[in-house]
Design a protein around this ligand. Structure first.
Ligand SMILES: Nc1ccn([C@@H]2O[C@H](COP(=O)(O)OP(=O)(O)OP(=O)(O)O)[C@@H](O)[C@H]2O)c(=O)n1
Ligand SMILES: C[C@](O)(CO)[C@H](O)COP(=O)(O)O
Length: 234
């Protein structure tokens, strides 16, 4: 049943934290590792709970076997923002789909999908991605590559024009019914993010991301995140 009170102005967020963190190589999945004394995922949750953003519902997607871990961590820390929990799936795509199930009663609004392991996203990036999705239907944060880029070919490799390339981050924000329709289509192996799921249905608007908005993936990212958190006003 669709909620009678839903409005196009309403904002929702799905924080996907259902992965195992194989590239990090730690026993505990990276979303629960301590970063300046608080779990990575709690930092991410706090970013989206910022009252100025006006996010009405925060959905956190977790691996089934880590729900108790997260609940224990929440009990150990003060002022954990209110959020709803759902168990994810075998891939990021499946986890987003699980998050969307909790929003099934929302008839209208904009939903942000964000990696639970991006704890440094500046408020400006979240706000501008929500705003662009409200105006254009679909928007993702992205940055210009800093390095030169080469494409591998049968003959070796060739240079790409990096001015025409973007490195895509999250949040990725969508009109909620568009995102729902896209996630009803079958999963493809080419899906690496939500924009790749939606793009056959709707053009993707690109918003200026931020180089500090790193995705914690491998061990050195934890060191970088710590330094950035200590020194930056996000
Ligand atoms: N089945 C999955 C896989 C990934 N994710 C989430 O999607 C985000 C981006 O994925 P990635 O960095 O690849 O995380 P992992 O899959 O955990 O890492 P790895 O690929 O190294 O195993 C993470 O917040 C991760 O928890 C998820 O919710 N459900
Ligand atoms: C969604 C994402 O963070 C955008 O850059 C990225 O595609 C996730 O990729 P991963 O291989 O699952 O880390």
């Amino acid at each position: 049943m669709a909620s009678a009170s839903s409005s196009p102005h309403h904002r929702f967020a799905i924080l996907v934290a259902g992965g195992s963190g194989s590239r990090m190589g730690t026993e505990q999945p990276k979303q629960f590792l301590p970063l300046l004394g608080e779990p990575v995922l709690l930092h991410t949750l706090r970013r989206f709970a910022d009252a100025a953003l006006g996010v009405r519902r925060l959905i956190v997607v977790l691996p089934a076997e880590q729900v108790a871990t997260w609940q224990a961590l929440c009990a150990q820390h003060a002022q954990v923002p209110p959020h709803e929990l759902v168990v994810g799936g075998a891939t990021r795509w499946a986890s987003v789909k699980c998050g969307l199930v909790l929003l099934a009663d929302e008839a209208a609004g904009t939903v942000a999908v964000h990696d639970g392991v991006r704890p440094l996203t500046p408020n400006r990036v979240i706000e501008s991605t929500f705003e662009a999705a409200y105006n254009h239907g679909a928007a993702v944060a992205a940055v210009v590559p800093k390095d030169s880029v080469r494409n591998l070919s049968q003959q070796g490799s060739y240079a790409l024009n990096r001015a025409r390339l973007r490195l895509v981050q999250t949040p990725q924000c969508f009109e909620i019914n568009l995102l729902r329709r896209a996630y009803q289509l079958p999963e493809l192996s080419t899906f690496t993010d939500d924009a790749s799921v939606v793009e056959d249905l709707h053009a993707i608007h690109i918003v200026e991301g931020d180089y500090r908005n790193l995705k914690i993936t491998t061990p050195e990212d934890m060191l970088l995140a710590e330094v950035l958190l200590r020194n930056q006003q996000l």
